[in-house]
Design a protein around this ligand. Structure first.
Ligand code: GLA
Length: 397
């Protein structure tokens, strides 16, 4: 178990005691962030994704109250919000409250919370680094409330509720990938998810001498920025076009590459590029997972490289900093493949790196990348990845 996990459990308990006087009878739950190995911008097109959880996340300590008052504090923002359970004033979209209180409100409306509570939120995911701190915040809130109030809600329905919160309280029209990965991903595995049927398969990540390396570009990105929602609208324009030829087409998932080749003339060039990325990326996810299952890590790496090129040139969600990190990695011996991960426009890259090459890659990032952009990148080797759930405090002694 990573020591930072234990340190976070300590930290959130201490934060609770500082904020509310003592930490008697608290329950702690956590949800990890995620890194997407391949399958970008395919989720809201009913396609395939292949993310895994990371070793950091969001921790919530919670305790029921006898009355209807809700008091929630964020350690990160040093803020405390207080209100009566049935009198929420809509929080500012994208603020930490919008994620936490959005989940509380949705559960309250479903009759799951009969009383108020007090809670403290803490975490060790870099906010805005593209590792889904918002999804982790939503899922950790839901898991801790379920643990304390004991309501029935399957994990898949919880994940859907969290996505609904992201749409309606944070105002980002995200797909289901992040909440699903944070809520359902298992340690030692990555998750192949069919975003239409929500069928999923936990695939063991047995990489031998290879490691998953995450490099944060130090370029802060804001998902709420309109670029994400614009991409979604462009994909919908593609669906509207292709469905004229086949009324069964509901999402880009349903468009065959043959139909695309045959009738893409009338599409605006930008929409054509977006569609081309989605078709190819869906295919790449399945190819990459088949390669991983067959132990062909080289091929897995090649799919990652192709994914990055497509995100850069066709979907246009990369940036100069991410491109350089990917280029540095792909040009380092012992790296099988590298790509941007998540929504892009900053955030992180993910690479599959031979353990003997990790140091060289890190050095190159710390010299070449830093001297070009004057930013503070962080390269980390993903160790034991965590899974969402209540936390066993006995490990802290
Ligand atoms: C963000 C969204 C996800 C997904 C990715 C891009 O992380 O929350 O739903 O669309 O971007 O793959």
């Amino acid at each position: 178990m990573s020591t930072s996990h234990e340190a976070m459990i300590e930290s959130v308990s201490r934060g609770f005691a500082r904020t509310f006087g003592d930490a008697e009878g608290i329950t702690i739950a956590m949800a990890p962030g995620r890194v997407n190995l391949i399958g970008e911008y395919t989720d809201f097109n009913d396609g395939f994704v292949f993310p895994m959880t990371v070793d950091r996340g969001v921790y919530v300590a919670l305790r029921k109250r006898a009355d209807q008052t809700v008091r929630v504090a964020s350690m990160r923002y040093d803020e405390l919000v207080e209100y009566e359970l049935d009198q929420l004033t809509a929080p500012k979209p994208g603020s930490w409250q919008s994620y936490v209180l959005g989940v509380v409100e949705e559960l309250r409306q479903r009759g799951a919370l009969e009383r108020g509570f007090e809670a403290v939120v803490d975490g060790n995911l870099n906010l805005g680094a593209g590792l889904s701190s918002s999804a982790a915040l939503e899922v950790a809130t839901a898991v801790s409330l379920q643990q304390v109030f004991g309501f029935e809600l399957s994990r898949v329905n919880m994940v859907k509720l969290c996505q609904h919160v992201e749409h309606n309280y944070a105002k980002v029209l995200c797909g289901i990938m992040d909440q699903f990965a944070c809520g359902i991903g298992r340690s030692g595995h990555a998750l192949l998810l069919d975003c239409r049927s929500l069928d999923y398969d936990n695939i063991p990540m047995e990489l031998g001498d290879y490691r998953v390396v995450i490099i944060s570009s130090d370029v802060k990105r804001s998902l709420a920025s309109s670029a994400y929602n614009t991409r979604r609208a462009e994909c919908q324009a593609g669906v509207d076009h292709f469905s004229q030829y086949d009324t069964k087409i509901r999402a880009l998932r349903d468009v065959s590459e043959e139909l695309f080749e045959a009738v893409n003339d009338a599409l605006a060039p930008v929409v054509r590029r977006r569609c081309r990325h989605v078709f190819a990326e869906n295919r790449r996810v399945l190819e990459a997972v088949a390669a991983l299952r067959a132990g062909a890590l080289n091929e897995f790496g090649e799919s990652m490289k192709a994914s990055h090129r497509s995100l850069r040139d066709d979907f246009e969600v990369s940036c100069a900093e991410l491109d350089m990190l990917v280029k540095l990695a792909n040009g380092t011996e012992g790296v099988l493949g590298s790509r941007m991960t998540g929504a892009g426009f900053g955030g992180c890259t993910v690479s599959i790196v031979h353990r003997d090459a990790v140091e060289t890659l890190t050095e190159r990032v710390n010299t070449e990348y830093v001297s070009r952009f004057n930013l503070e990148p962080i390269a980390s080797v993903l160790q034991m990845n965590l899974e969402a759930g209540p936390v066993d405090r006995s490990i802290c002694g």
